[in-house]
Design a protein around this ligand. Sequence first.
Ligand code: IFM
Length: 469
Amino acid sequence: MTGNTDEPAPMTTPFPDGFLWGASTSAYQVEGAVSEDGRGPSIWDRFSHEPDRIEGGGTGDVACDHYHRYPEDLDLLAGIGLNAYRFSIAWPRVQPAGSGAFEARGLSHYDRMIDAMLERDITPLVTLYHWDLPIPLQDKGGWAARETAERFGEYAQACFSAYGDRVRIWVSQNEPWIVSLLGHELGLHAPGHRDLREAVTVGHHLLLAHGRAAAALEAAGLGDGSRIGVAHSLFPHEPASASAEDAEAARGSDGYVNRWYLDPLLKGRYPDDMRARYEERTGPLDFVQPGDLEAISARCDFIGVNYYTRRVVRHAADARPFPWKVIDAAPGMARTDAGWEVVPESFYDLLVRLARDYPGVEQIVTENGGVYNDAPGPDGQVRDGRRSAFIHDHLEAVARAIKAGAPVIGYCHWSLLDNFEWALGYDKRFGLVHVDYATQRRTLKASAAYYGSVASANALQAVPEDAGG
Ligand code: IFM
C-alpha cells in the first residue's frame, strides 16, 4: 500500500456511485453580519480586532457577506455541478452566550439555509465547531475548561433537534490539532495563548466534546442513518534522511499531529509514545478522567480528512517542545502561492494509511485545496490553471486510493469562496469563486468549471489546455 507502486488513474476513472462532490466554508471566514440577529461575539471577533493579530489588519466583520448572500452562493455551487456543501454553524449565532438561551433568529437562519440546499439537491455537511467559541465561554476558561465540552454537548443537541430531520452528516470539530497548536501553544490564532499544558488539555476537551455530541445524536434518536465524525488536519510525514534518528523524529511528529487525535477517537486510547512525551514536558495528564476515552471513542463514523501538504521531519535535539523540526526538503518543488509544497502522492499515501490503520472507517475529504492568487483578467475571466491542475492531481490520488481500498465517500474542496484566512487575512485566495471584497462581486474561476466537469461526470477529467497558467 505505498504510493509508488500503482499506475496513475486513467483520465476517465469513475468515482463510486453517490460520491459527494462538495466545497467547504466556515462561518467566521465567510458570513460577516457579526452583530446581526442577536449573534453574540466569538473569540475570533475579539482576536481579529486586536492590533497586529491579522496580516493586513482584516476581520470577519463583513467577510463574504455569505449571511445575506447564501442563496446566490448556493446557486453558484449548484451551477458548478456540485452536490454537497460543507459549512459551519456559528455557535454564537444560535446560542449567543454559549450556554443558556438559544437565539431563534440564528436558528432560523441555518434552517433556511439547509432548506435552500435541499431545494437545489445539495447535501449539507454541517460542522458544529469551526473555531468561533462564544466569548463568555472563553472567559470561563474556554476549551481548557472541561465544562466547555459539556456546553458543546448541549449546543450540539439543539442543532440535532433543529436540523437532524434534514442533516445526515455532522462534523463535530474542525481540526482539533490546529485549535490546540495555533490557538493555545503558539498564540497565532484565537484566543492567542502560549502554553503547552493548556494546549494538550484543550485537545482533550475538544475530543471529549465530540464524544458529548455523539452521545447527544444517539439520545436524539438520530443515531441510525446519520454520521458524525471529526475533520482532522492531517499531515503525512517523511523522515528527512534514512537515519534512525530522523525516522524516530518523523514517527514522533506523526504522533503529535495525527495519531494523538485519531487514536483516541478510533482506538479508544492515546498513543503511548506521545503520551510519554507530553507527560515528560507538562506533567501527568490528569485532565483525562475515567470514562473519557470510552466517551470519545463511542462513536466516530468517519474520518474527515483535511489535507494540504506533507511534513518532512529531521531530528533536532534542541528543538522545543519536541526534538524534531520540519524542513524544506525540496526547494524546487511546485508550491502554492502560500509556499506550501504540492504533493498529491502524499495524499494517496495518507488515505491508504488511514484505511490500513483504522480499517472499516469511512473517509470524507472535508478539505483539500491551495492558495492561488489569480485575479480576473481584462476580460473578467479568472484563469487559475494551477488550481485546476492541483484539483486534477489530488483527485487522481483519491481515485487511486479508492482503488487500493480506501473507503472515501466524498471530496469537499477548500474553499467555495475566497475568504478570511484567519491570521493571514484576505490576501490568500483558496476559492473556486473569486470574491471582490469591495463590491462582493463573485466570479467563477476556471477551476470551478474544471472541478464541475469532474463532479458532473463523476469521473476524473483532463484539465483543458486553455485552463490558464
Ligand atoms: O482556511 C482554513 C480552514 O479554516 C481550516 N483548514 C485549513 C484552511 C486553509 O488554511
